[in-house]
Ligand binder design. Sequence first.
Ligand code: NAI
Ligand code: MG
Length: 362
Amino acid sequence: ATQNLFLLPGDGIGTEIMAEVQKLIDWLNANGKTDFATDTGLVGGCAYDKHGAAISEEDMAKALKADAVIFGAVGGPKWDNVPYEVRPEAGLLRLRKDLGLFANLRPAICYPALADASSLKRELVEGLDILIVRELTGGVYFGEPKEITDLGNGQKRAVDTQVYETYEIDRIARVAFDLAGTRSKKVHMADKKNVMKSGVLWSEVVASVAKDFPAIKYEHILADNAAMQLVRNPKQFDVMVTDNLFGDILSDAAAMLTGSLGMLPSASLGAPDAATGKRKALYEPVHGSAPDIAGKGIANPIAMIASFAMALRYSFNMIELADKLEAAIAGVLADGLRTGDIAQDGKKTVGTEEMGAAILAK
Ligand code: NAI
Ligand code: MG
C-alpha cells in the first residue's frame, strides 16, 4: 500500500536539507524499495507570510492524515516580531499538540569518524548509542497553576507546577521498554523521587511497567546522578526514559557527547491508533533554521536525513532500509566527507547537495 509522507521543510536551511530527503525518497520509490506518496506544506515563517498563521488549517489536516510528518526547521530574524500566537514555533507546538506527540525520541550516536569532535575523550564516546525518551506533553511545562504574583511589598512569587498522572507515565514507559526490546535491552528511568512527589509516582509506575518486560533490565537513577554519569561514562546507558524537564536537559547534554548540532535527529510519537495500531509521528532534526548559513548551500543535511531514517524505522518498520541509510551516513563520514560545521583538519569540505548525493550513492 502507498504510504503518505507529509513534508514540512519550514524556513531557512529547512528547505535545503529537506531537498536532500526528497531526493532519497524519489530514489527509493524509483527503485521499488518504497511506495511513498509525498505532499509538501508550509510551516513557520513561510506559512505566516502566505496565510498569516504558523500553519494553515489545510496543512494541519494533511499532517493529521499522513502516515508520518517530516519536519525541517522554523524561524528566523524576519519573523522575530510577529504576534506571539503566530510566531514560527507556534506551528511546531500546534503539530505536537494536535498529533498528540507525547514521546520524544532523541538518539545520541557517536560516529567513530567524529569521536574526536566530542566533548569527551574518544575512548569514552566511540560507539556510543544512547536513546533518550523524553515525555513531551506533561510536567512542569504545562502544569497549572503557572503564574507570577505580585506580593505588593516589592516581592513577587513565581509558581510552576509539575503534574503527572499514572497514564502519562505508563504510556511513555511502555514506549521506552518497547524500544529497548529492539536494542541492547536496558532501560534507565531518571527522576528526583528523593525530593519530588512526581518522582515517587514515576518510580512506582515505571517499576510496575518493567514487570511486563522481564527480558529488559531496568534501573532507576536519580536525575542529577544521570547527568553526572552521562559525562563520566555515557556508554553504560542504552535507553533512558524521563520527564519533560529532565528530558530536555539530559538530551541536550547527551547530544554534545556526539559532536555537532547538525548531526542530531529526533522523532516524536503519539499513541497507537485503536483501530490500526499505527502511531502519529513527526520526525525532525534537533537544530533550528540556521539563518546565519541559510541560502548558502552549506548546511549539514545529516540530522535531517537521519530523522528520515528514524521515520523508516519507527513509522514504517523498514528496519533494513533504516540500517542501510544510517550505515551510509557513517560510511561517508568514514570516507572523510565533512560539511563546514563538522570540518576537521585535512578533510575535504562539501556542501549540502554533495553530502546528500554521497549518502544516496552509498
Ligand atoms: P540553530 O540550530 O538554527 O543554529 C545554531 C548554530 O548551529 C548556528 O551557527 C547554525 O549555523 C548551526 N547549525 C545548525 N544546524 C546546522 C546544520 N544542519 N548544518 C550546519 N550548521 C548548523 O539555532 P539558533 O541559531 O538558536 O536559532 C535560529 C532560528 O531557528 C531561530 O529562529 C530559532 O527560533 C529557530 N529554531 C527552530 C527550531 C525548530 O524548528 N525546531 C529549533 C531551534 C531553533
Ligand atoms: Mg532543549
